[in-house]
Design a protein. Structure first.
Length: 376
């Protein structure tokens, strides 16, 4: 006869209690509400869309971060055209917010030149040389500027100073000091023009005549550097040009569509200029110029002309070229234009410069865009 096992009432009671508590715990965990977000986080999330919707359209513009990125001529023109269309659609008036506007210009007289440590006497006259402790002419004679890195920069060079006294003086006294002057080696009293320019805040460059493709029909003068000449002959001519005046930050080639495209000719000249602490500005008289590319290889300060402003001297054409400069500056961060001291050009440049602060564009001397432009 077998004995049946029975469950103790006490054990059954404890089992029932444990099951009840377990069920209650499961029910609470399934029905509990998620914690409410903190008020500060709610406000932050609500404000984000509003901030994004009010971002200026210019933040959508892609600017090259590396000034040495090399672009083809066709690529630059295509990008500039696309940028121009974007501006028409998004920012018709191209006016920066009041809080972001840039000061128009700052009058300052630059210190007198030359610095004795940066010049030596030669048979032709004073020549620039490297100074002690790394002192170089392109920095020593530069106009100081406020570094607004986020703002597009435009530099303007007015060349041919010294050929016509009335026009030269009008350009120097009228135009903002941020604009550079470039003196011709064939002018009279060139040092007086450089000194007057610096009194009104203008950096000075020196024009170096170089052989164009259609020489001698188009002749830059008796001391022109020639692609077919020997290195010695070209150096003799270069030394004569460099000795005409002192206190300049660098040189700008006058013409030179043939010379700047000839590697064997331009390379020794750039090496000589670099060894004297000078900046080189390529006027881009030819799209085949190799000057800027070789200057980069040397580690030489350089700038590249983007537009001739007054090849056609009328108001509409000048304004078109200036708008193109603005587009290039917004696209690549920096742009350079070259003009001459014609009365209409001076008038248009002066009026245009006053509009730049409201457009968020900084007018700067050419030394402030050194090595900042892409090289095609």
């Amino acid at each position: 006869m077998t004995r049946r096992r029975t469950i103790s009432p006490l054990v059954a009671a404890w089992v029932l209690v444990l099951v009840s508590f377990g069920g209650l715990f499961v029910w609470l965990s399934l029905t509990a509400e998620e914690p409410l977000p903190e008020p500060a986080k709610v406000a932050e999330e609500q404000e984000k869309p509003a901030e994004e919707s009010h971002k200026p359209a210019s933040e959508n513009i892609i600017v090259l971060s590396d000034p040495d990125d090399s672009l083809s001529f066709a690529e630059e023109e295509a990008n500039a055209k696309a940028e121009q269309e974007l501006q028409k659609e998004v920012i018709p008036e191209e006016t920066a917010p009041q809080s972001e506007q840039i000061p128009y210009t700052k009058f300052m007289s630059l210190k007198k030149v030359p610095n004795p440590g940066l010049v030596m006497q030669s048979r032709d006259g004073p020549l620039p040389v490297l100074g002690p402790d790394g002192l170089v002419a392109w920095q020593e004679y530069a106009r100081p500027h406020e570094d607004l890195s986020i703002a597009p920069r435009i530099a303007i060079i007015v060349k041919g100073i010294g050929l016509n006294a009335e026009q030269s003086e009008q350009a120097i006294r009228t135009l903002p000091g941020e604009m550079d002057i470039a003196v011709t080696p064939y002018g009279r009293e060139l040092q007086d023009w450089v000194d007057l320019g610096r009194e009104f805040g203008h950096e000075a460059l020196l024009l170096v005549p170089m052989e164009p493709l259609n020489y001698p029909e188009n002749d830059p003068g008796p001391h022109t550097l020639m692609a077919g000449y020997s290195k010695r002959d070209n150096m003799n001519r270069l030394m004569w040009v460099l000795s005409r005046v002192t206190g300049y930050v660098g040189v700008l080639n006058e013409m030179g569509s043939k010379f700047t495209a000839a590697e064997n000719a331009i390379h020794p000249v750039l090496e000589e200029l670099h060894g004297r602490g000078l900046m080189f500005v390529d006027s881009r008289s030819s799209r085949y110029s190799v000057a800027a590319r070789y200057a980069r290889r040397l580690g030489m300060p350089r700038a590249i002309n983007n537009r001739y402003i007054d090849n056609t001297v009328n108001e509409e054409e000048i304004q078109t070229r200036l708008r193109e400069l603005e587009t290039t500056a917004r696209t690549y961060g920096a742009a350079l234009g070259i003009a001459r001291p014609f009365p209409l050009t001076i008038e248009q440049l002066d009026a245009w410069a006053k509009t730049l602060p409201g457009k968020g564009i900084q007018l700067v001397p050419v030394t402030a865009i050194a090595n900042r432009q892409p090289i095609r």
